[in-house]
Design a protein around this ligand. Structure first.
Ligand code: NIG
Ligand code: FE
Length: 401
């Protein structure tokens, strides 16, 4: 069926105009795809004849559907106690080394049933969807056994029943579980051995690792990436979040889709990202919540032409936010992105961070995933914080209820 969405201020994020703006624009959708995008006055007559359904948007702003490209949405429990400990002076690393942090979420996640994990994650996904998220990435990494990682990934996949696209990333190399303490290399071997079956079960789109002093070394990360590469899976990396480990350069050797966090990224890291076309995923929620003061090198990334994505990094330890719109605001206030860069960061460049070429802009041929907003200009998306101006979401050509 062909539908017409008429009289919109289209934020296409394509072409030469700022924001790719088309005033008094129209969209034609056929099935799940955008068939035609342009000024309403120029819709080809032969297509107009075929329109079966018309939607009048009354001049509303329309953007591509939002993409949250880095989350840890599935987990048991929460860690408000650690937030309090940090306010009393403990650092994220202190808590991790004392056996809290990721490992405390691992205990709670292993104990939770698949049903319980789904109920909690669905609630979180719905909060993201209420602000216009149509594509969501979810990582494993709180199971840290074959059984528990598979459980998390299955739960993540099931979230698609809520009405959004879910991409799953295997993060077995997130932390060393208690039963492998002091045997890091052995654990990494296990992580690599679980991967082929998880992939065969259709649970893995990409592979990630936490390369950090309290995470894994570059040598261990390399092992994981080699295992991913052998199976034809793309890689991503939690890189240079708390210190400069050179993980970015390693990830770029493997043509990583993205390197994420990047507060401590070096010039060599930026050059490597530029050369490999890797997306920089910036996570202002984690920066804010850890009260980090070292800023990611945004201006240098911009000058190098490295695409920047923005995401919630939703997780119980460093970023318990469920608002991608708030991240737009924080990307501007904390990291000094422009509102347009921030929006591109949750659409066009977030799609690239997931290796998705079929979404992120309003272009004929892309998926018909878009948001209709109660605002006059797209810069308002980054301007408000704690206000949700979403009017309507269209996903795959259908209005999402
Ligand atoms: O993206 N830094 C590693 N991973 C997560 C935090 C995980 C946790 O603390 O539970 C992050 O910040
Ligand atoms: Fe993360």
């Amino acid at each position: 069926m062909i539908s017409l969405w008429n009289d919109a201020r289209l934020v296409t994020l394509a072409g030469e105009q700022p924001w790719g703006l088309i005033e008094q624009g129209a969209l034609l959708t056929r099935g799940e795809q955008l068939l035609w995008v342009g000024p309403a006055a120029e819709v080809p007559a032969e297509l107009l004849q075929l329109v079966q359904k018309r939607h009048e948007l009354g001049g509303a702003v329309v953007t591509p559907g939002l993409i949250d490209c880095h989350t840890h949405l599935v987990y048991g429990g929460q860690r408000a106690n650690e937030f309090e400990m940090r306010l009393h002076g403990a650092s994220y690393e202190d808590i991790s080394r004392a056996g809290g942090g990721i490992r405390s979420s691992v205990t709670a996640t292993r104990e939770a049933s698949e049903h319980q994990l789904y109920a909690q994650a669905a609630h979180r996904a719905q909060a993201l969807m209420s602000e216009g998220v149509t594509t969501l990435e979810v990582k494993s990494g709180y199971g840290l056994s074959h059984v528990a990682e598979a459980k998390m990934l299955r739960v993540a996949r099931k979230l698609s029943a809520l009405g959004l696209d879910v991409r799953t990333t295997y993060l077995g190399a997130h932390a060393v579980p208690a039963e492998f303490l002091g045997r890091q290399d052995e654990y990494i071997e296990q992580v690599c051995q679980w991967l082929p079956q998880l992939k065969r079960d259709g649970l893995v789109d990409a592979v990630d690792a936490f390369c950090e002093g309290i995470g894994f070394t570059t040598a261990q990360t390399r092992r994981v990436f080699e295992a991913a590469c052998a199976l034809g899976l793309p890689v991503k990396l939690h890189a240079e979040q708390l210190s400069d480990q050179g993980g970015t350069q390693l990830a770029c050797e493997f043509q990583a889709l993205s390197c994420d966090h990047l507060e401590y990224l070096s010039e060599a890291g930026i050059a490597a990202m530029k050369a490999s076309g890797t997306v920089a995923v910036l996570l202002p929620g984690a920066f804010y919540f850890l009260r980090e003061t070292k800023l990611p090198p945004v201006q240098q990334l911009r000058e190098a032409g490295v695409p920047m994505a923005i995401s919630t990094d939703h997780n119980p330890g460093t970023s318990p936010t469920l608002s991608l719109l708030l991240m737009l605001n924080m990307a501007c206030t904390l990291f000094r992105l422009t509102p347009e860069e921030a929006l591109r960061g949750v659409t066009q460049h977030a799609a690239a961070a997931l290796g998705l070429k079929d979404r992120g802009q309003l272009i004929a041929g892309q998926r018909a995933d878009f948001c209709v907003w109660n605002i006059a200009h797209p810069n308002e998306l980054a301007y408000y914080f704690g206000r949700n101006p979403l009017r309507q979401v269209v996903r795959g050509g259908h209005v999402r209820g």
